[in-house]
Design a binder for this molecule. Structure first.
Ligand code: GUN
Length: 294
């Protein structure tokens, strides 16, 4: 069993970005800026948002964090996004999901101008991805593609089984892997909660991507010997031995599955760090696009 280390790959991407941004600063050029909006006080979202801001500052980008109370009216959130759409210093806009129930998530996503949608969730970017046109790709699936490429894991003709069909992970993941492109070209099965026997599908996977959101649900009997296992889950499970009272656990039962797999991503330290690295990369790309820098 070999570990796919997302921390190493993410650090490499961040270092490359830092060099480029330092160079912009030396030339007194403007630099990329990312705006992150957090509505409410969900603890996991607070951590994600804080990590995103920290990562931005570490590579030398501008970061604008907007924290709004949970009862913020939808119109106010829309007007904040419209201001960011028009703000020339902002290249990327990310609205942390989930949003409180009184806010229409789809309406908010569609308010973000597609050319600043570094999260790749606006229907224009999702549609462009579906048609194989370059676009901002959702950060988590984009990060998984980078990991497979970095570790030279063959995808061509392989059977990839993606578990989970969310707009932000499962769907774009399956589209990316099925693309007729280098480092893709896989045969993809997308399965989900309606499968009466999930293991029937997962056992056939050469590469298994778990994006379910349930801790430890993928057990050893569900995985083929020698499979590559990508764990997208970041679940908080109670752990009183930790000061925080919880620890992070993936969707995969790591101990038992790692004994069977050829490659596996740990949680934490696998896919998670890549999501943030790809967010920075998308923001930098948006900056280049918006400044006509090739
Ligand atoms: N919540 C959990 N993951 C994500 C993400 O990648 N983007 C946004 N906007 N919200 C999230």
């Amino acid at each position: 069993m070999k570990i796919i280390d997302g921390k190493i790959v993410a650090a490499k991407i961040r270092e490359e970005l830092k060099i480029r941004i330092d160079h912009l600063k030396q030339e007194n050029h403007s630099i990329p800026g990312l705006a992150v909006i957090l509505v409410g006080d969900d603890p996991a979202s607070q951590t994600y948002v804080a990590n995103k801001e920290k990562a931005c500052l570490e590579v030398g980008m501008n970061s604008k964090l907007i924290r709004l109370p949970a009862f913020t009216p939808e119109e106010d959130l829309i007007s904040d996004i419209e201001q960011l759409n028009a703000d020339p210093t902002i290249d990327g806009i990310l609205v942390q999901l989930p949003l409180p129930p009184h806010i229409n998530e789809q309406k908010i996503i569609e308010t973000i101008t597609p050319d600043k949608d570094v999260d790749g969730i606006h229907p224009v970017n999702a549609g462009r991805l579906l048609q194989g046109i370059s676009s901002f790709v959702a950060c988590t699936p984009a990060g998984v593609m980078e990991l497979l490429k970095f570790y030279n894991i063959e995808t061509r003709g392989k059977h990839v089984v993606v578990v989970g069909r969310s707009n932000i992970v499962g769907k774009p993941m399956s589209v990316l892997l099925a693309q007729k492109k280098e480092h893709a070209n896989a045969v993809v099965t997308l399965c989900h909660t309606a499968a009466s026997d999930l293991s029937y599908y997962t056992r056939q996977a050469d590469i298994l991507v778990a994006a379910i959101g349930k801790p430890g649900i993928i057990t050893a009997s569900m995985v083929k010997d020698g499979a590559v296992v990508i764990d997208v889950g970041i679940n908080r499970v109670e752990d009183h031995s930790k000061a925080s009272g919880f620890r992070l656990k993936g969707d995969v039962a790591f101990e038992e599955v790692s004994a069977k797999s050829s490659w596996i991503t740990p949680v934490p330290g696998g896919v998670g760090p890549m999501t943030i690295a790809m967010l920075l990369k998308n923001t930098y790309q948006s900056f280049l696009n918006r400044n006509n820098i090739i």
